[in-house]
Design a protein around this ligand. Sequence first.
Ligand SMILES: *Cc1c(COP(=O)(O)O)cnc(C)c1O
Length: 349
Amino acid sequence: MSHRPNRLYLSSDALVANWRALARLSGAAACGAAVKADGYGLGARAVVERLIGAGCRDLFVATWAEADGLADLADAAGVSLVVLHGLREADLPMLGSLPKVRPVLSTAAQVARWRDAAPGRPCDVMVDTGMNRLGIAPGEIVAGLLDGVDVDTLMSHLACADEPAHAMNEAQRARFAALAGRTAARRMSLANSAGIALGAYYHFDLTRPGLALYGGVPAAGLTGAICPVATIAAEVLQCRVVRAGETVGYNATWRAAVDTPVAVVNLGYADGYRRALSDRGCAFAGDAPLPVIGRVSMDLLALDARAAAVREGDWVRFDDDLVHVAAASGVSQYELLTGLGQRYERHWS
Ligand SMILES: *Cc1c(COP(=O)(O)O)cnc(C)c1O
């Protein structure tokens, strides 16, 4: 652990403040947390400990393997742990060792498998209201597919929640709302992070934010309510002065107009610092901005260090505003977070 060369500074206060803000915006609905993909790259166990401490009672992962890594924490706190990808044949051996975990069944075959494998055990169910990703058609549910199944939460997922004016939002909401009272489900859940910002009609009984917990802002309606959680820091391995007319990095894409102090830093695209940030990203020494110059390499990048006296062995921090970095790179906020590599020592404050 201590040999990991880069650092990810993670703020417990920011994570908890984001969850509280989303819980407040969820109004009367309970607010859960999507912690799949290792807590969107930040470290699922550390995230879950903090969110449970803040009062979160519903956790969502993608796979049974992810559930296995968190079940002790969820069980000790008595909170729900839910597997979004349902119950494949290959998942059956996990059922016995994870007795409290609920799958989100999304096909008729999965419902049949659940009836056989775990009669009477509660599950969740995904309805497809128009995204055509996972989920059972509303018609099949109305026709009785779930009769006799103990459904805790009936859920659906919005395709366009980050586009508030998109007609899909209301169409999906209406199809989902029409299922109220048509099943024995105890709760209904529709909204992800961006869905929360669509307003109370979208909240039902439980919301499922992911991205915004971790500092992402998927919709203008959340601007100001969400703060950054994760900041990359990396060490300067070499400082040099690049003479006017010389170039930096692969393919010589950056050329010095004047003699320029340059810091070469221990961070690259293998750390999730995307190559699309070549000549576009920014680091900081204190408040002084140090623009990324030239191509981002696999394990290294170069900074224009004119704004600060940077020395070998110094640490610099990188822009942690996901909206900025996504706009600069053309890479989604989701990919920026989940692409963070394994070379970081994760420092929670
Ligand atoms: C990932 C996921 C979420 C969380 O979505 P965000 O956009 O990250 O808030 C909610 N529900 C389902 C079904 C998901 O797959």
